[in-house]
Structure formats: C-alpha cells, structure tokens
Design a protein around this ligand. Structure first.
Ligand code: GLU
Length: 281
C-alpha cells in the first residue's frame, strides 16, 4: 500500500476552537499511526472572509497542541492558476454553464421542501445567450456530468458509499468573486498533494459526493475518506465561536498546556462537560 498522506485544511476566517483541534488531531494521528505524512493546507480562496493574521495563529495553535506537519504549508490563494486549468477542462467538456443569479434571486426561486438542503433551481442552465462581461459564477450541470461518468462509489472508513452527487444540485465551481469554489479547489489540491486519506468532519460528508464526481471527471486519484464526529454542545448546536466555544488561542495565551489538552481530546475526555461528539447533523 502507498504511504498514507493526510491533511488538515482550515480556512483562516476566524480563530480555531476545540472542534478544529479535534479534527486536526484525527488527521495528524491517522498519518502518524501509519508512519505517513501529515500536510497543512490553508484554504483561503474566500478573499472576503479570510484574514492573513489568522494563519499565524493557526500554526501557533497546532504547534501548541504538539502537532507537527510535513513539508511546506500550502496556501490556496497561491494556487489559483491550477484551479483555472481544471475549470477550463470541465468547461471544454461542456459540463459548465455561467450563472448570473444573485443570492436574492436564488433564494426567491428556491422551492426546497422544509428541512431539505436548498438546491440551485437551475435558472441559468438553459439561457439562450450569456453576456460574460457581467459578473457570473460557473456551475456544474450535474445531470450531464453524472451521465458522463455513470455510477461511482467511495469509501468512508470500512463502508462503501454509492456516490449521489445529483442530490447536491448544480454546484458552483467558480464563484463570482473567486476563480474557484471550495469543491473545485479541494479536489484539485487533494490530488496535487497526493492525499491518500481525507480525514475531516462529518459535516463535509455530502460534499464528498461532489468531490468523488469531480475526481472521475478530471481523471484524478481517489483517496479514502474518514469522516469523524463533530464536537457539539449538549443542545446539539455545532461548536463554533458563536456558541461561546473558547478559541484555542485564548487557552494558549492564558498558559493552558496544549499537549495535555490534545491528549484529553484523544482520550475522549472533553474538557467542558457541555461538549460531546455527535455523528450526523
Ligand atoms: N476548509 C474547510 C473548512 O475549514 C475544510 C476542508 C476539508 O477538510 O475538506 O471547513
């Protein structure tokens, strides 16, 4: 078997909290258990929300937890041309269409039943003509893309999952304000960095259907996935700063022992009784 390569891929849009620490430890320990490599990738394509000052704090937090990463830290904002090449390839295959909709227009046209993930209603899929001088995103025509590659599977730990990208609708692959979306950048980078095992939270489980499809369309290698439980409050709310979860930087700066905290998280001893791991959302 090829050597294991995992990654932690935070977006520098805020400070890391215990949920991030838990996720980074899972990915790090998976690599170390298999004598593999653990890479760090900063996912900063969202220019409006990413802040360079958070990057230094992320590196300091991980080092404080006792996690070591291999090789250079990769930053997505330095790799935009790679995403453009992949986007052009998909466009040349006739799988993309420009979308001029504003968020408000999409919300208005949305008819998702209550509780279901809102899907793009397809407004721009059949435009007779498109003025590309106007701001636009590029969407994947999901029905055409799925028909092209047929049935796909992926592995989540020991389970074989039938890919269901259709359920995600016509996802955005390039945004109006960025040359790539999360889905495209993460798929290109996981392949470019030779990631064999994607260890990440179960909140991204549905996104994996899309990533598996993009791998098939772009002839990219297929990793194994390991979606782990999320830390949530006892009320079921996801752990995020807005729910009052302490930032790792706060604990670090007040002198808490980071390695001891990491060991407690490994042992399932969550430092705040109100925090529990929850599968699914
Ligand atoms: N950048 C994503 C996030 O911070 C994680 C991406 C991934 O692990 O695939 O939620």
């Amino acid at each position: 078997m090829d050597p294991v390569v995992t990654r932690f891929a935070p977006s520098p849009t805020g400070r890391l909290h215990l949920g991030h620490a838990y996720s980074a430890i899972q990915a790090h320990d998976h690599a170390r258990r298999h004598e593999g490599r653990f890479l760090l990738r900063i996912e900063d394509i969202d220019r409006t929300r990413s802040r360079p000052e958070h990057i230094g704090a992320i590196l300091a937090d991980l080092a404080w937890l006792g996690l070591t990463w291999d090789g250079e830290v990769v930053q997505q904002s330095h790799r935009l041309s790679l995403y453009t090449v992949a986007l052009e390839r998909l466009r040349d295959m006739g799988l993309l269409y420009p979308c001029f909709c504003t968020r408000a227009e999409i919300a208005e046209a949305m008819s998702a039943p209550h509780g279901a993930a809102p899907l793009y209603p397809g407004t721009c899929r059949t435009l007779a003509s498109a003025d590309l001088s106007r701001p636009h995103a590029w969407r994947l025509d999901m029905t055409v893309a799925v028909a092209r590659v047929g049935a796909l599977e992926w592995r989540d730990g020991d389970r074989v999952i039938a890919a269901d990208p259709l359920a995600q609708g016509d996802v955005v692959l390039a945004r109006k304000d960025a040359p790539a979306s999360y889905h495209l950048a993460v798929t290109v980078d996981d392949a470019a960095q030779g990631i064999t095992d994607v260890v990440r939270g179960v909140d991204l489980f549905d996104a994996t259907h899309v990533h598996r499809l993009l791998q098939a369309l772009l002839d990219l290698p297929v990793p194994r996935w390991h979606h782990h439980a999320l830390l949530t409050g006892t009320d079921g709310e996801r752990l995020a700063k807005r729910h009052g979860a302490p930032a790792l930087a706060t604990l670090r700066e007040r002198g808490d022992a980071g390695r001891a905290l990491a060991d407690r998280l490994r042992a399932g001893d969550f430092p705040n009784a109100a925090i529990i791991p929850t599968f699914g959302l």
